[in-house]
Design a protein around this ligand. Structure first.
Ligand SMILES: Cc1ncc(COP(=O)(O)O)c(C=O)c1O
Length: 388
């Protein structure tokens, strides 16, 4: 007789301990304890007020509450294409090469399924973003994880290990700037990757969720695909526009792959959320506000680096972009235990490095992009005193 066991493909996935840590944060807060949340990457701000006000006037329009076109509203896709052209010089045919999605999360699934088969090998750079790994595994593919190394105080791009493994994989997934490492690829590194993947017949899928948050000089190179048949790029409005709860992201790539990704979209969510797209159009008009928030994240990065320079317990690792540093924890504890200790004794919530693969063990991902202005000073003072 058949048993009613859940599927092996899902059982082999272990959710990271984020829910456990966040539950502990909520419990501590309910007991009246102060907790600085430097765990999940949720910005401290909501979308620009003007955008919210303008959206609120449209809320009685019936159309705003219905389904929209599968790839997103024409006006919203045009607004995103214009933004990418103005800021990054990317020329996209918004009708065939750009979709709005239910967050970067769903964009990734579309990109992945559009260019791979069940049983294919897919490469990620470790420490990796675990949600990518889950999608690769539950889609029936095999993971090839290429570890980064630390050089001085930074996570270094593992060029030769990538080169050695390229012929074995169908696709390579990259997060730039990185989550959890905060490291960014330079222009020569990105050009090399585009060429090496093209030469080996490997699809290149680039997650640019943190593309607006690039810091510390000119190291970061955003993708600028120029008709490449093998490159798909996706991103998110969760962080740059403070819209995480509205679930909106984007995906762009060659027409042939986008046609296939649209089938994933239709089957999983039908269309991106309509009200969110209206908010997006309003928010994209507020470029100065967006630049202000990016500067706010940079200010937090500097404060966090200064605090870690003083703290005996944590060693800063360079963050060239994004919301995080994957800091070295000066302790013999496993990173999960170190995280629980940090939360219990100092009221600072972080994520254990082991959640991002074995290379992350011994480190803690500390997100500086979440702290409000009111919390920043106290949080940094506390962080500076951390000792395990
Ligand atoms: C690297 C990376 N990709 C994707 C996502 C998911 O973004 P979204 O909220 O747009 O689904 C996140 C969220 O933190 C992320 O860090």
């Amino acid at each position: 007789m058949r048993s009613f066991e859940p599927s092996d493909r899902m059982k082999k996935i272990d959710l990271p301990p984020i829910a456990h840590i966040m539950a502990k944060v909520r419990k501590m807060r309910s007991e009246g304890r102060r907790v600085f949340s430097m765990a999940q990457a949720v910005p401290w701000y909501a979308p620009p007020e003007k955008a919210i006000r303008n959206l609120s006037e449209k809320l009685y329009d019936t159309e705003l509450h219905g389904y929209g076109p599968d790839p997103g509203l024409s006006s919203s896709r045009r607004a995103v294409a214009d933004d990418l052209r103005q800021r990054r010089g990317i020329d996209l045919d918004w009708e065939g090469q750009l979709h709005l999605t239910c967050g970067a999360s769903q964009a990734f699934l579309g990109a992945l399924l559009a260019c791979t088969e069940v049983g294919d090998r897919v490469m990620v750079i470790e420490p990796y973003y675990f949600d990518h790994v889950f999608a690769i595994l539950f889609s029936g593919m095999e993971l090839v994880s290429v570890p980064m190394e630390t050089q001085n105080d930074r996570w270094a791009f593992p060029k030769s290990a990538i080169e050695r493994n390229l012929d074995r994989v169908s696709a390579l997934v990259l997060v730039n700037p990185g989550n959890p490492t905060g490291s960014a690829l330079s222009e020569p590194e990105l050009s090399w990757l585009c060429e090496a993947t093209r030469d080996s017949g490997t699809f290149l899928i680039i997650d640019e969720t943190y593309e607006r948050f690039n810091f510390e000089g000119a190291n970061y190179a955003p993708a600028k695909p120029n008709g490449d048949p093998h490159v798909m790029v996706f991103g998110s409005f969760s962080k740059s526009l403070g819209m995480a709860g509205w679930r909106l992201g984007y995906l762009f790539g060659p027409n042939a792959l986008m046609e296939q990704a649209l089938k994933v979209q239709d089957s999983v969510v039908i269309c991106p959320p309509t009200p969110a797209q209206h908010l997006l159009e309003e928010a994209l008009r507020e470029q100065q506000w967006i630049d202000g928030m990016v500067q706010g994240v940079l200010k937090r990065l500097h404060a966090c680096r200064e605090a870690m320079d003083q703290s005996p317990g944590l060693d800063w690792r360079a963050a060239e972009g994004g919301f995080f540093t994957l800091a070295k924890a000066n302790t013999g504890l496993y990173s999960l235990d170190a995280c629980l200790d940090l939360l219990e004794r100092y009221g600072i919530a972080a994520i254990p490095g082991s959640a991002f693969g074995p290379t992350g063990e011994g480190h803690l991902r500390v997100s500086f992009g979440c702290l409000s202005d009111d919390e920043l000073e106290d949080a940094m003072e506390t962080l500076a005193g951390v000792e395990f």
